[in-house]
Write a protein that binds this ligand. Structure first.
Ligand code: NAD
Length: 478
């Protein structure tokens, strides 16, 4: 098996180190596995200059040629999936098979957006004789993007794919905790022949980098995935420069379990999905509102399956859930459990840190959680589920909508009238019935309310990376 890669910045088509660096830690062992170069002002100036040059070339490259480079890069990522997945498990902790699936998902994002690149159609508006009105969709310019640590490969892939398919250049600041995923993407594009400056990768102190890049004139779009608080801060900063934003922020997904469903199947599916990526997913199913007729049965099956989750180092065979990404998350999870317990919630399994080495936390189920517990409003972003009884579908929908978030929501029912009431009534950018899959490359993904602004993926995915230009062309001067 390969070792963890040497980490570098990628600016203007070249790899570089810096004198300042940051440690990268394996969350399963707490060992330092790499040193990450930290970009200073000169590096960022160079990246800005490179992105301007990259945009000049790439925006005039035919969409078909852009798509070819993306497909070559995706094929390279597929070929290197074992190596990339190994890096991801080392830096993030997730089970190796899940890391491999993430690499494939990342490649699929590039493949989907490569297809979309050649379909950014404009339109001709009917006009009188001697004049044409033509709507063009043109790349917006250089993008400053910020990706988080929960999916080291597929999160950067979303942003890079959207920018490159649209003809933009991009400076990506990927997460300092999990830099190798993004570095492998840059390597694949380098090897696929992407012109210098189209993709630039930097790391460093997040606030310093966003504070430096966002005000710059050549940055025409800010794309961010992460917490709502940071998203709000970056949106405020961008608004001072009238720079548009694409914000994919927090979620606190409700799951409505109706009395007519297959209760055991829904409970097992819910518990398995909840613990995926140790619950560190913005679409993670978290607040289960279960009809009171089937509540006890659901809670029993759910608790049993959650408690049976195999937790360990993601490189060990059979492990279903790795550690949390960092020590901050362990403290946050313990705080949510203590608060809920003090307010009267039942802890039916888990609730504590696991072991003394690595950032492991027990799969945790809280039942009968009162509305004033912090976790009912704040996203736990960890392996913690809430299972509460409700008397009706109306009550479940009201509970689902009672948080500031509106990213993913789920329902289990066989009744089309129940499903339709959820479609009409639940505030969410993504609603899934009888499945806990929230998005695919070909479906648009994003939130409402405090979960953000804009969509990634689907045919909507390139909209934010492009501007509309209407051309009125008269054949004679009028
Ligand atoms: P955080 O709010 O400190 O950071 C979230 C992300 O934003 C990180 O990737 C971080 O590097 C980046 N960031 C922070 N300040 C920034 C700045 N000024 N400029 C640019 N980037 C900045 O939280 P955290 O402890 O790293 O993560 C926990 C919270 O983040 C969770 O509760 C969850 O809500 C959120 N989160 C969401 C997603 C998602 O997929 N939507 C992913 C990761 C984290």
């Amino acid at each position: 098996m390969t070792s963890y890669p040497d980490l570098r910045l990628y600016i203007g088509g070249a790899w570089r180190t810096t004198t300042d660096d940051l440690p990268v830690v394996n969350p399963a062992t707490e060992e330092v596995i790499g040193r990450l170069p930290s970009a200073g002002p000169q590096d960022l100036d160079d990246a800005l200059g490179a992105a301007e040059k990259g945009f000049a070339i790439w925006s005039r490259t035919a969409p078909r040629d852009r798509a070819d480079v993306m497909m070559r890069a995706a094929a390279i990522m597929r070929d290197r999936q074992d190596e990339i997945a190994h890096s991801i498990t080392l830096e993030h902790g997730k089970p190796y098979p899940q890391a491999r699936l993430e690499v494939i998902r990342g490649a699929e994002f590039f493949e989907w957006d490569a297809g979309e690149a050649v379909r950014t159609y404009g339109r001709v508006i009917p006009s009188g004789p001697g004049v044409d009105y033509i709507v063009h969709h043109q790349p917006i310019g250089a993008v400053a993007a910020f990706s988080p640590w929960n999916f080291p490969m597929s999160q950067p892939a979303r942003k890079i794919a959207g920018a490159i398919a649209s003809g933009c250049s991009i400076i990506l600041k990927a997460a300092e905790e999990t830099p190798a995923g993004a570095m492998h993407i840059a390597r694949a594009f380098h090897d696929a022949g992407l012109p210098a400056g189209v993709l630039n990768l930097v790391f460093g102190v997040p606030a310093d980098i966003s504070g430096y890049l966002i005000p710059h004139d050549s940055i025409r779009l800010i794309a961010f995935t992460g917490s709502t608080d940071v998203g709000r801060h970056l949106t405020t900063l961008a608004s001072e420069h009238m720079t548009p934003v694409l914000m994919e922020l927090g979620g606190h997904a409700p799951v409505i379990v109706c009395e007519d469903t297959d209760v055991q199947a829904a409970a097992i599916s819910g518990a398995v999905r909840k613990m995926r990526n140790a619950g560190q997913v913005c679409t993670s199913p978290t607040r289960f509102f279960v009809h009171e007729q089937v509540f006890d049965e659901f809670l029993g099956h759910f608790t049993d399956r959650a408690a049976a989750t195999v937790v360990g180092d993601g490189l060990e065979a059979g492990v279903e859930m790795g550690p949390l990404a960092n020590d901050r998350r362990v403290g946050a999870l313990a705080g949510f459990v203590d608060d809920a317990r003090a307010k009267g919630a039942d802890v039916t399994t888990g609730g504590s840190r696991l072991g003394t080495r690595g950032y492991f936390f027990e799969p945790t189920v809280l039942a009968n959680v009162p509305d004033d517990a912090r976790v009912m409003q704040e996203e736990p972003f960890g392996p913690l589920a809430i299972v509460n009884p409700v008397a009706s579908l109306d009550e479940a929908i009201a509970q689902a909508n009672s948080v500031p978030y509106g990213l993913a929501a789920y329902g289990f029912t066989n009744r089309s009238d129940y499903a339709n009431r959820m479609v009409e009534g639940v505030d969410a950018g993504n609603l899934s019935i009888n499945t806990l899959e929230a998005s695919l490359p070909e479906t648009p993904f994003g939130g409402v309310k405090s979960s953000g602004y804009g969509r990634e993926g689907g045919t909507e995915g390139l909209h934010h990376y492009m501007v509309v230009k209407n051309v009125s062309h008269s054949y004679t001067i009028v």
